[in-house]
Design a protein around this ligand. Structure first.
Ligand code: NDP
Length: 263
């Protein structure tokens, strides 16, 4: 029996255990997926091996610490320094990132995206920004503080804080902050968001399972919007393929993960 877990703080809201366990159960794969509240990022590796995990997912706020904890990082995660999936490969901790491709899958119904505004400058923002740049999309980052903006500036994104922001038009605006996850706050001042939404075609939130105040505002302004459920599904399918070394059929993984959303 293999054991998997998700590390986060908070982590009680995470639907990852339901999603992965649904796949394991329906496809008779001998594994179990739990959740682990991790307060101290520096304890990630030690906790992973103490729990004898075969693999894990990592969520807010530990994704950058997860990158540091790995013995080896592969693929897109290496490019951005952000890890959301961990694999135990013969006692070595191997890191991957499935968030960015999960998000591209989620917004595939949004057509002709050439200019995006990402609100937030954490691990998720990095993954999405660099992936969009790879697709030759024009990327702007808006964050409440300037500290984390340097990385994005160096990566050829336009960057601003709430104070320095100048309104432009966007195809898609995405909330990648945790504002609205456990509280009822907006990711930026309401007047600022209203001026942005007046020139935006689509809105997306990385948070899932609720209509955040950000999405509520989009709804009031009659803008097409979606929450983070499809992103969760997209990243989850890719993570499950890594957990099971591609031994399960991708369409089956997707089917049973989706089934768990009804629980
Ligand atoms: P990080 O902790 O790395 O980054 C958080 C960012 O949000 C920072 O830029 C921070 O700004 C900003 N922020 C936090 N609180 C507020 C607030 N109240 N108002 C404005 N800005 C704020 O988080 P992650 O990137 O790992 O995750 C962000 C969110 O995305 C989480 O809610 C997570 O659940 C969700 N997520 C969903 C996924 C899915 O599959 N649907 C996948 C990945 C993430 P500052 O720099 O000023 O501190």
């Amino acid at each position: 029996m293999q054991l998997f877990s998700i590390f986060g703080n908070p982590v009680a809201h995470s639907r990852s255990p339901l999603m992965h366990n649904s796949v394991f159960k329906h496809l008779n794969y001998k594994a179990c997926y739990t959740r682990t509240l991790l307060k101290d990022s520096t304890k990630l590796k030690e906790t992973f091996f103490n729990l004898k995990l075969s693999g894990a997912n990592v969520t807010v706020p530990h994704k950058e610490a997860a990158y540091e904890a790995c013995d080896e990082v592969r693929g897109f995660a290496k490019k951005i320094g952000v890890v959301n999936t961990l694999i135990n490969e013969n006692g070595k901790l191997i890191g991957y990132n499935t968030d960015a491709d999960g998000f591209l899958y989620a917004i595939s119904e949004f057509k002709n995206i050439q200019k995006v505004l990402i609100i937030g400058a954490g691990g998720t923002a990095k993954a999405l920004a660099i992936r969009f740049l790879e697709e030759k999309v024009d990327v702007s980052i808006l964050n409440r503080s300037s500290k984390r903006l340097e990385y994005f500036k160096e990566s050829a994104c336009h960057t601003s804080t709430w104070e320095s922001f100048e309104v432009a038009s966007y195809d898609l605006v995405i909330n990648t902050t945790s504002a609205g996850l456990e509280d009822d706050s907006l990711p930026a001042p309401k007047e600022l968001l209203e001026s942005i939404f007046a020139h935006t075609r689509y809105i997306a939130d990385a948070i899932y399972g609720k209509v955040t105040p950000f999405l509520q505002l989009a709804k009031e302004k009659n803008i097409i919007y979606k929450d983070g459920a499809d992103m969760l599904l997209g990243q989850g399918v890719l993570a499950n393929e890594l957990f099971t070394s591609n031994r399960l059929n991708k369409d089956d993984i997707k089917k049973y993960m989706q089934k768990s959303f009804a629980l």
